[in-house]
Design a protein around this ligand. Structure first.
Ligand SMILES: CC(C)(COP(=O)(O)OP(=O)(O)OC[C@H]1O[C@@H](n2cnc3c(N)ncnc32)[C@H](O)[C@@H]1OP(=O)(O)O)[C@@H](O)C(=O)NCCC(=O)NCCS
Length: 276
């Protein structure tokens, strides 16, 4: 087995490996193929394949980050996994970093945390993906949480201050597709929180919370409940929320949320290794 640079002529084999090894996102050929082509064109020195008897059996797509390199994709053909090929691709990538005097390798992974830990990587942050199933539950409407409308713009700018930028940006991104899934919580004539949600690209049964801002936990819960209520009225199965806070994750788990394993809606582990 040898590791060499990936070339454009390897594209077909690399795409076959993606389709056989990856879940979801990376099996979406129209999305992954342009990424691979662009990487070969821009940073050919960071794109690798593993080859055995003239056959491509694994690949790694890499990129640059500040002070280091990032593993963007790695996969080994299912028939060749657990034979040290993934580790060999990573070792070669680390060698390239060292030759360039770069000391840090970073990546994020939903499923291969154990693999990276075995080869010396540490988890530095987790983005939890959670879902709450609305199907089969009785969910009541929430008072004082209203659907966000254009005429509310002056009020949220006044009451949410600097947070209104993000709220509005997220709202207008879903304005055409999901104009009816954004809400504000009004307490004593003031806006104390807001949320924007929209249908997940991969799964029309999942309403994804794209932005949530609230003055306190109680307001946050009310907003989430309203999203769940609207989702249940509209016949969606789940609402989904992502957080980096372990405390928020635990709170939601206690309230009946579950960690998700849905297409492209999964917990991601951010990992890194400092090279000596
Ligand atoms: C993850 C992947 C690249 C690893 O490649 P590989 O060639 O199978 O890995 P190696 O044989 O070098 O494994 C090195 C060690 O990690 C372990 N390991 C491999 N994959 C693992 C996984 N998914 N979870 C936990 N441990 C894993 C191996 O058992 C081995 O341990 P050992 O030395 O004690 O036997 C490969 O399994 C793969 O392509 N998986 C599907 C695609 C994928 O998940 N890619 C990562 C994207 S996030």
């Amino acid at each position: 087995m040898k590791i060499r640079r990936m070339e454009l002529k390897d594209l077909y084999d690399v795409l076959r490996i993606c389709n056989q090894s990856f879940l979801e996102m990376a099996r979406w050929t129209s999305r992954i193929a342009p990424m691979i082509i662009e990487s070969i064109r821009k940073y050919p020195e960071l794109q690798l394949v593993a080859e055995e008897d003239g056959k491509i059996i694994g690949f790694l797509r890499g990129g640059y980050i500040e002070n280091g390199l990032k593993v963007l994709h790695i996969a080994v053909h299912p028939s060749y996994q657990r034979r040290g090929i993934g580790s060999a691709l990573i070792s070669k990538f680390e060698e390239i970093a060292q030759e360039k005097n770069l000391k840090r390798i970073a990546l994020d992974t939903p499923f291969a945390k154990g693999f990276y830990e075995k080869i010396g990587y540490k988890c530095i942050s987790i983005e939890y993906a959670l879902i709450y199933e609305v199907l089969g539950k009785e969910i009541d409407d929430v008072e004082n949480v209203e659907e966000f409308k254009l005429e509310h713009i002056p009020y949220i700018i006044k009451d949410l201050g600097k947070y209104s930028f993000d709220f509005l940006m997220h709202f207008f991104k879903v304005y055409e597709s999901d104009p009816d899934k954004s809400f504000i919580y009004i307490k004593n004539s003031k806006v104390v929180g807001g949320t924007v949600s929209g249908t997940n690209t991969w799964n029309s049964d999942l309403v994804e919370i794209k932005y949530l801002i609230a003055k306190d936990n109680h307001s946050k819960e009310r907003l989430l409940k309203k999203v769940a209520y609207r989702a249940s009225l509209q016949g969606s199965r789940w609402i989904g929320y992502k957080t980096r806070s372990r405390e928020e994750y635990m709170n939601l788990i206690r309230k009946g949320w579950k960690e998700a394993q849905l297409p492209y809606w999964w917990t991601r582990y951010e990992m890194e290794k400092m090279l000596s």
